[in-house]
Design a binder for this molecule. Structure first.
Ligand code: SAM
Length: 296
């Protein structure tokens, strides 16, 4: 078998060989999932489906596409997340635009969506529901809920204007703009309406732990999406203080929490008058979601 050389200024000019070469380089620099990332980058650069690597490895790559692929591979070697390089991430089987201004949607967050949908399934099917998503980022939670609950509409709030424009673009590409609105602000400040469902996946990493996260997260994801203050719980305290005003009687709120935070968040919410709390775990058994019910 011939030895494939790959430096950042050259790349073999067929699909299969280019994937091998990029994967080899990624392995050398210690990137987890090197082959998958290589396959996605090369096929994205070439504008073909990832499975073409298996069905048509002989496809040739034009010099300008080679250059694009080399640039993307170089970004990955610098540990830029795949979601930033490809500009999107799948969540709940839908594609969400992602930029450096938004947290990349995580599979963990699908647990929150699942908990909300199970609760909504017990409501009368004709109920019109208003949803508030605090810290909406890409809009992945709000837009997924709207796609699954046809009689709902909702507002996504974020402190970041740049994140809101990504959420707006996602609402548009998913055909949900008619039922979604976005507003810049600090959590629920200034919102006059109240809602049947409040959801939030706020920043919850203790500030001093951020540097211990992978470079993909600590160097590239927005600090405002990660930093939960000294103990990681600042946002929950802020939101809890306003939750009574934001929730309709009989409504409920659902929060994603970090590992080991569920009891603390539940206590913060109990101290704000929400005593009927539930903690739900994700598929790995990690306590991931705190749900509170407003009194009727
Ligand atoms: C952990 S990210 C969650 C993003 C998205 N909801 C998700 O689950 O992928 C937290 C989001 O909260 C936003 N945020 C941070 N501080 C905020 C504040 N004071 N008011 C509103 N949003 C805030 C950040 O900009 C970020 O988009």
């Amino acid at each position: 078998m011939s030895k494939i050389e790959f430096s950042l200024d050259s790349l073999p000019d067929t699909l299969g060989m280019a994937v091998d070469a990029v994967a080899k380089k990624f392995k050398q620099v210690g990137i987890d999932g090197a082959r998958l990332d290589a396959r996605l980058i090369v096929t994205h650069g070439l504008g073909v489906e990832p499975q073409k690597v298996l069905t048509h490895p002989e496809l040739s790559i034009a010099p300008e596409d080679c250059q694009k692929i080399i640039e993307m591979a170089h970004r990955r070697i610098q540990r830029e997340p795949m979601s930033h390089i490809l500009g999107e991430r799948e969540f709940w089987s839908m594609d969400f635009k992602v930029t450096a201004d938004t947290l990349t949607p995580r599979p963990d967050t699908e647990t929150l969506v699942d908990v909300v949908l199970s609760k909504v399934a017990k409501l009368p099917t004709d109920s019109k529901l208003g949803i508030l998503d605090l810290g909406t980022g890409t809009g992945c939670i709000l837009l997924t809920l709207l796609s699954e609950i046809p009689n709902a509409n909702g507002i996504g709030v974020d402190i970041s204007e740049a994140a809101l424009s990504v959420a707006h673009a996602n609402a548009s590409s998913l055909g949900l703009l008619g039922r979604a609105a976005f507003s810049q602000g600090h959590w629920g400040d200034g919102l006059e309406a109240c809602f049947d469902i409040v959801v939030s996946n706020p920043p919850y990493i203790p500030a001093q732990d951020i540097h211990t996260l992978s470079a993909e997260v600590s160097k590239y994801e927005p600090r405002s999406a990660l930093d939960g203050g000294e103990d990681g719980l600042d946002a929950y305290c802020d939101i809890a203080a306003d939750l009574k005003r934001l929730l309709k009687p009989g409504g409920f709120a659902c929060f994603e929490v970090g590992i080991g935070q569920a009891e603390d968040v539940s206590k913060i919410l109990s101290d704000s008058g929400f005593t009927k709390n539930e903690i739900h775990s994700d598929l790995s058994g990690i306590e991931r979601v705190v749900l509170v019910n407003a009194t009727i």
